[in-house]
Design a protein around this ligand. Structure first.
Ligand code: G6P
Length: 612
């Protein structure tokens, strides 16, 4: 969702804010704006569209100042235009705010303010909040921080905010509830942002704010307070682990392509130190202390959104087969609002690349209410999911910037493989099977490289199908979630309508759509589902569908019925889903580029969905 940056120091804040907004643009890119405080006045510049447009506007009439706030927006209330862009100001023009989240009771608060004589220029909930702060500040004799807190006490919803007021110059106040904020501590300068990416090139020392915390920065430094119990928070800084190169595109035209190529190494990074090829075992330190409780669980729920949910589905197949524990996979947005059958003997696993997805966090909080053990599988170190779960496993895929998830997905699946191996060796998997399984995973890097080297042949398939308006993806067993993920990738970045289906289920509906214009991507792994999938392919062929087979078993029969074949050099059926996912990422990428779509920032999407 929206990206927040702010600077407090001695330098001109504008270059930092603009650069920071570019780094955060993956969170939302409808409009952007900054506000600068200098010599007793505040100046703001806002522009609908991407950060480049804002940059151009500032270049035409430059501003500067050593205290500044900036925002890139993913619209919730009101269409993306200059007026609805942040920062928003109160009616006196003295208080400015940037906000990520949703104020759910904004219309009630707005009515009260209108009755008091306030009027509003934008359609946003944020303008209501800044006027609420103003109303309290100028009426109640509170200082600015107290007024901000008093206003936030009236808010129902979520927020990450940064605000300042001309009547208390040289001060920034920020607070979080439901939307992430991190404080960067430099040499006589401070940064606040939605994540660490704008901060890392200025300081590696950061403090992640917890729910309900408010931070004030002034000439004396910073202070953090919990709004829950009014206590001062003394938290040590932690160090950002990744390098700047990891958040740059380098020589790649798009982050997405860079991240697809990184999978040759990221999958290995996920496994590093966690797999033992000699005994065919896996070891996951992050869940060690809770291993017995997990093994003895009456059921496991996996809850997630989007691509992470697809990884969860693969996890279900693996854990049930190898550990014999029933696994339910549920969209977090559904799980959070129903009465799941869980208790203290249940385990709830939240999967999230960002670790900040609002629904996934809410589902985990719900699981805690029921007494379940919560486990987080996430990529971003220090994220809310990592901090709020009882234990967890990092995917270690490195920062993922492209909105469509790629390397994070294959790392999530790898973690789930490791998890199933971990449980399985204590339950249903022999040492021999464990060894085969472990070695298949360990050697996957070379097979990933082979797929990446074959990118041009996937490009040719894309060129031949680029005019299609619809795609169907079919898979069975472990590869059904891969079909879902392949279809999601395609629609996210190319805007081609695509559906994933269990291959056999196709004849209960989607078969009606098949004609000579419909490409059907069929996952045909060399396992017990191969012949069944082949039969399903014949059914599609009989209706003149265009067959794109993705396989590690090129038989004559398959060649005969396929219009195109994408080879997957898999050495073990259990790693086929990881490898075939990478082929499907490349297919989606090439189709999107051929259709001249904005691959890294697809329309209407955001990478980290911190509102429900
Ligand atoms: C958004 C992104 C998806 C992602 C989903 C879940 O919709 O566009 O790529 O899969 O959120 O995100 P998470 O960070 O929880 O994995």
């Amino acid at each position: 969702m929206c990206g927040i940056v702010s600077y407090y120091g001695k330098k001109n804040s504008v270059p930092f804010l603009l650069n920071g907004l570019r780094r955060l643009e993956y969170r939302g890119y409808d409009s952007a704006g900054i506000a600068i405080m200098k010599d007793g006045y505040i100046k703001t510049v806002k522009k609908a569209g991407k950060v480049d447009k804002l940059h151009k506007k500032i270049k035409e009439s430059p501003i500067n100042g050593s205290i500044g706030i900036g925002h890139t927006r993913w619209a919730t209330h009101g269409e993306p235009n200059d007026t609805n862009a942040h920062p928003h100001q109160d009616k006196t023009g003295k208080i400015f705010i940037i906000h990520n989240g949703i104020i759910e009771n904004f219309s009630t608060l707005k009515e009260v303010l209108i009755r008091k004589g306030f009027n509003f220029k934008s359609e946003t909930d944020t303008e209501v909040l800044v006027n609420l702060i103003s109303d309290i500040y100028y009426a109640d004799g509170l200082n600015f921080e107290q007024a901000v807190e008093a206003a936030l006490n009236q808010v129902i919803g979520t927020y990450g905010i940064v605000t300042f007021c001309i009547d208390e110059p040289n001060k920034i106040v920020a607070a979080r509830h439901g939307s992430p904020l991190v404080l960067g501590v430099g040499n006589d300068e401070y940064f606040i942002a939605s994540d660490t990416s704008p901060i890392v090139e200025h300081t590696r020392n950061v403090i992640y704010l917890d729910e309900g915390e408010i931070v004030t920065i002034d000439d004396n430094g910073y202070s953090i307070r919990s709004m829950h119990d009014d206590t001062i928070v003394n938290r040590e800084t932690t160090e950002i682990e990744y390098s700047i190169e990891e958040i740059e595109k380098g020589e790649f035209p798009h982050f997405m392509l860079k991240e697809i190529y990184e999978q040759e190494f990221t999958i290995k990074d996920t496994m590093r130190g966690r797999i033992d090829p000699v005994d065919g075992k896996a070891h996951l330190g992050g869940i060690d202390d809770h291993m017995n409780r997990i093994k003895d669980a009456n059921r496991i729920y996996i809850t997630a959104c989007g691509t992470s949910w697809h990884a969860g589905l693969i996890g279900k197949y693996l854990i049930e087969e190898y550990a014999g524990i029933p696994v339910h996979v549920e969209y977090a947005s559904e799980f959070r609002y129903r009465k799941p059958i869980i208790d203290s003997n249940s385990v709830v696993v939240g999967i999230s690349q960002s670790g900040e997805t609002a629904d996934t966090l809410a589902a985990i909080r719900k699981a805690k209410e029921f007494g379940a053990l919560t486990v987080g599988i996430c990529n971003v170190v220090g994220s809310s999911l990592a901090r709020e779960t009882d234990c967890g496993i990092y995917t270690h895929a490195g920062p993922e910037i492209g909105v469509a998830s790629t390397k994070a997905f294959t790392s999530q699946v790898t973690v789930l493989f490791l998890l199933s191996l971990c449980f399985g060796r204590e339950q249903n998997i022999s040492s021999q099977t464990g060894k085969k399984y472990a070695n298949a995973l360990i050697n996957i890097g070379d097979q990933v490289k082979t797929i990446l080297d074959e990118s041009d042949s996937i490009l040719n398939v894309a060129k031949s199908t680029v005019k299609a308006d619809n795609f169907l993806y079919l898979g069975r067993g472990l590869n059904f979630p891969v079909a879902l993920e392949g279809a999601l990738k395609l629609k996210e970045i190319s805007y081609i309508h695509a559906e994933g289906y269990p291959a056999a289920e196709m004849k209960h509906g989607p078969i009606a759509l098949i004609d000579e214009k419909m490409p059907v991507v069929c996952l045909a792994p060399n396992d017990r589902t191969f012949d069944k999938v082949l039969s399903n392919i014949q059914e599609v062929k009989a209706r003149k569908g265009v067959i794109i087979s993705v396989t590690d078993k090129r038989t004559l029969e398959l060649e005969k019925v396929s219009d195109y074949i994408i080879d997957v050099p898999s050495k073990h059926p259990k790693v086929f889903p990881i490898l075939s996912s990478i082929s499907l990422q490349l297919l989606a990428y090439h189709l999107a580029v051929l259709r001249e779509c904005d691959v890294d920032q697809p329309r209407n999407l955001a990478k980290s969905v911190t509102v429900e």
